[in-house]
Design a binder for this molecule. Structure first.
Ligand code: MG
Ligand code: MG
Length: 256
């Protein structure tokens, strides 16, 4: 399913984007050395409740995962990159943490992810990896113009990631959002320009480049959710939800 929103509906989705952005900013501040991932999940659940929002994750049960996710945020540490199931783990100085969060507010879903270093032991190579995903995200967003095609976004992302010497995994990527979290079109993190679905005003897209140092291969934890780099290399992920509008892409999940 591909949903195309009216301009009024796009406006109605803005508070959802601001809520997701605010929640991630707040959790980033709280994610200090000594904090348990389960505590981050509890804080996120409280923010959802206080905002009158609905979690997109708690009942999420796609065919690639094991049963309902059961938590409201993804927390992926170091070599974990996607779908990190919060578990009993205390963050350490220098951990590389990815928070991925999607929620529905007033009936509209937005989805965003950030990677950052916990504490002050920042590694240059982690920072370089995070910057590469941010730059790829910026390029992907810039390509999301009305009349362009999904392949233009994919190509823009893939070009930045490859120029930074990362192998691009094509199993998981961006997606349409709207009244539900995962919709068509799928947005691969590499592709051919000029191909694929034609972008039109009213589309909401979650664009999400992610990389792993030295590999594009994933392995799954016994929890049935958490995906890690097959070689133990560290990882980064940057995601925003945007609206395609007549005058170009508008980022919904950036604090205004
Ligand atoms: Mg996400
Ligand atoms: Mg997403």
């Amino acid at each position: 399913m591909i949903e195309v929103l009216t301009p009024r509906e796009v406006d109605a989705a803005r508070p959802s984007g601001q809520f997701v952005a605010r929640t991630l900013a707040e959790l980033r501040k709280k994610a200090k050395p000594g904090v348990n991932l389960l505590q981050l999940n509890t804080w996120a659940a409280k923010m959802i409740e206080e905002a009158g929002a609905v979690s997109c994750y708690v009942d999420y049960a796609p065919s690639f995962g094991r049963g309902p996710f059961g938590k409201v945020i993804c927390t992926s540490v170091n070599d974990a990159v996607l779908h990190g199931l919060p578990h009993d783990y205390v963050l350490k100085n220098g951990d590389l943490l990815t928070l991925d969060f999607a929620a529905s507010l007033n009936g509209w879903v937005t989805d965003s992810a950030i990677s950052f270093t916990v504490g002050d032991a920042v590694r240059d190579e982690d920072q370089r990896m995070i910057e590469a995903t941010k730059k790829a995200l910026d390029a992907g967003i810039l390509a999301a113009q009305p009349g362009a095609r999904i392949g233009d976004i994919s190509h823009a992302i893939g070009s930045v990631l490859e120029a930074a010497n990362f192998e691009v995994n094509l199993e998981f990527g961006g997606h349409g959002v709207g009244s539900t979290m995962h919709q068509d079109p799928h947005i691969s993190n590499n592709g051919v320009p000029g191909r694929g679905y034609k972008l039109r005003p009213g589309l909401l897209l979650a664009i999400e480049p992610w990389v792993m140092a030295g590999t594009s291969k994933l392995v799954m934890d016994p929890d049935g959710w958490t995906l890690r780099s097959a070689n133990g290399g560290r990882t980064a992920h940057s995601e925003h939800t945007i609206a395609v509008t007549k005058s170009g892409p508008v980022i919904l999940t950036e604090l205004e």
